[in-house]
Design a protein around this ligand. Structure first.
Ligand code: E4P
Length: 294
């Protein structure tokens, strides 16, 4: 069991309540949970249904997603459960908001996940005006995080922004730079957006997220179990994050950008190829669980 909790809140990145429970028993705490369409498609019951030829209708998929988050909801602390709306490249903000309002009503500690795109940001702006909690996902740049800040001003409870470390690393860039630069940029702000480090692939990423002082980090159970097996190491003063890929090759640095958080969100350069690729992957994983006719 973890005896001294880090300042950073720890969330489980997954779609299986059994797994969340296992992590909770092992570590002693789970502050929250993040889910996404790919993780829900990997839920053991959904996988089994699909493998046995019983694909789901869109309605059944939604009901299954609801049951999963309803089971996880009481297991976690105050960082809540993030539930992601279905969005492809054509989904409008109004459609995302409609889904978000429904998902927000499923459990008392829901955060609605919207993509960090133009339509996602519009949906977030409308959501916070309705006192909904939001988690802006598929964030890969400081510009997107600046737009999240501007779009969610006035939110009653902190909004989350989820920069994807591992996917930037996969792309040859140092994903931890984006975390550090967003934290630095937000120092000039009012604190209404909390940084949730996502796409964490290793204990090294986890320690770097702690060292960078992220507000929250969402971690696959596998990495948390590895952290536990190592005796819950924490980064000390001498901790140095080595930004290298799987082959030991250094990752490209991402430079800091001076951005003015007082500008309207529409003025930031929010388009990122990895956001679009991420949307397409979520859509494909979601569709793979559905009946062909659905
Ligand atoms: C969580 O909110 C994200 O959806 C998740 O961390 C993505 O992780 P991946 O890049 O390993 O799929």
């Amino acid at each position: 069991m973890l005896d001294k909790r880090p300042k950073t809140k720890i969330l489980v990145d997954g779609g299986d309540p059994e797994e969340t429970l296992r992590v909770k028993k092992l570590i002693g705490i789970v502050d929250g949970q993040t889910t996404n369409p790919s993780l829900i498609a990997k839920n053991p019951e959904i996988r089994q249904r699909v493998a046995s030829g019983h694909s789901l209708s869109a309605q059944e998929e939604k009901q299954a997603y609801r049951e999963i988050v309803e089971t996880i909801s009481p297991l976690v602390g105050d960082a809540g459960v993030s539930i992601e709306v279905f969005a492809d490249m054509d989904t409008t903000a109004e459609d995302m908001l409609r889904q978000g309002e429904e998902m927000f009503s499923w459990i008392p500690n829901a955060y609605v996940k919207y993509p960090s795109t133009r339509e996602g940001l519009r949906a977030a702006q409308m959501s916070v005006a309705k006192n909904m909690r939001v988690n802006m996902t598929l964030c890969f740049s400081q510009d997107q995080a600046a737009a999240v800040y501007a779009a969610t001003k006035g939110t009653k409870e902190p909004a989350y922004v989820s920069p994807f470390v591992g996917r930037l690393d996969d792309h040859g860039e140092n994903g931890m730079d984006v975390i550090r630069w967003i934290k630095k940029m937000y120092q000039k702000g009012d604190g209404h957006v909390h940084v949730l480090a996502a796409s964490i692939r290793s204990v090294n990423h986890l320690l770097a997220a702690f060292a960078a002082g992220t507000d929250l980090v969402t971690v696959p159970a596998k990495v948390l179990l590895e952290w536990s097996a190592k005796g819950f190491p924490m980064p000390d003063e001498a901790f140095h994050y080595k930004a290298v890929d799987g082959a030991g090759k250094p990752l490209r640095e991402i430079p800091y950008k001076e951005l003015n958080l007082d500008l309207p969100w529409q003025s930031f350069d929010i388009v990122h190829e990895l956001t679009n690729a991420g949307i397409q992957k979520f859509v494909a994983d979601y569709r793979a669980t559905l009946k062909r006719s659905a």
